[in-house]
Ligand binder design. Sequence first.
Ligand SMILES: [Zn+2]
Ligand SMILES: [Zn+2]
Ligand SMILES: [Zn+2]
Ligand SMILES: [Zn+2]
Length: 469
Amino acid sequence: MVKFVYLSCYVCKDPLVDPVALSCGYTVCRDCVDIIPQKVFHCPVPDCNQPSHLFGRSLHPDTTVFAISRLITNTAHPSSELSSHLTQKSSALSTIMECMHCHDPFSDPITTHCGHTFCRLCALFLKATKNHCSACKLPLPRYTSLVNQPSNRMISQLSKKLFQDTQRRTSRDLGSSNRHKSVVLYVSQAIILPHQRFRLPVMPEDRSRFQTCLLKSSRYDNVCIGMVYCGTKLSLMGTLVKILAVEHRSDGILLVDLAGLDRFQVLDHSPYIKEDTDTSLLATINILPEIHLSEDCVGFQTITDTELSSQSSLTEDETNEESSLSVDVVEIGRPLWAADIMPQQDDTFNSIDLPDDETESMTITIRDFIHRLASPPVTGCKASTEGLFGPTWFTNIQILHGDMPPLSRSAALCWWVSFVLPILNKDKLRLLKTLPLKSRLALVLSWIDRLEQQWTFRSDSLPVSTKAM
Ligand SMILES: [Zn+2]
Ligand SMILES: [Zn+2]
Ligand SMILES: [Zn+2]
Ligand SMILES: [Zn+2]
């Protein structure tokens, strides 16, 4: 049962007066917060464990909590229980408890310093597209702040009580139809791989295409983009990426930092004309979380485009439910919020790669090779290769691509090595299309073989001569 206690201040415990939401997720009376400019802020909430807090130029009222308080005080004696008023006032209350962006009941609500509340994913979408609050036009905080900001406790608790049934229903619906997704893909001129971090500059004329490709994903807790490479022809394997940071430059260019998540197969897609940059590529995709891939297969198992299309016709015929999700039901240009991106098998998604003896020894060989490149140069190196590898190189690539994954994460190591070794686009594409882990390790080892043949190693240390690959 919802009680009036939810609308009491987290500091003074009395009914809220002039409520303001702090970035730690607590809503308190304005007079219960003491902000002295140029002084370190000490959060007045006893339970708060956030090391720092975000503020705008001034404290704005928590508009949602303010509206609920007013609804209650206008209708009844404040000491009575909230639940009875909630049922009587349900339509007024559900309007208040609705996200201004998606018009659904709040899901993981966060309140920005302007006092307006959005679902976290809606706030992230706003940040990635407009950079300001859609209600008051005040600038939004940094993308990472929005990702990490604790949810508004009072609104979350109320929302859970009020819309419990609705939320349960929604999650069941998603669960039954999350196998294949219809999405708008972003066609890229570069091959993007899982775990890869990169920066995408979005020109002003390209922003609407970019916006159309944004996908809200509660599974990845972020706004994602399905990226697919088009060289001479469109690749039917792509990578789902998440946004890490967004910078809105004054010249209208958007700089988006992204990180690769999982691969996906393109099962079906709308016609794509490479020359026409305005084309939206509408596709049905099947997400392939790393750990579901069969590891028994030795040798190269590369999915060819023909194999992919024959698979797609098979799966599409399997059930009616999946065909209802096929390409033609989605209009181009509409944000695809309905198609919440979820991996194929949710439950095992977070498990780790379990290597056997063979994958382990392959992984060790790969790591040893990188360690050899990272060791200090021996005397007598040719000047042309002296600066190419060694400890500085190793430090720099780890700053750029993250630390080298440990032996227990063979799959991640394959991707990582493909970012740091001088390999060709066609090698990257082959890695992207290779499913079994063992085959991917073998592919990486074949690159290493090739490099070792091209470089003459002296005293098991640094390559002393290089040729073009
Ligand atoms: Zn706090
Ligand atoms: Zn108070
Ligand atoms: Zn929303
Ligand atoms: Zn606002």
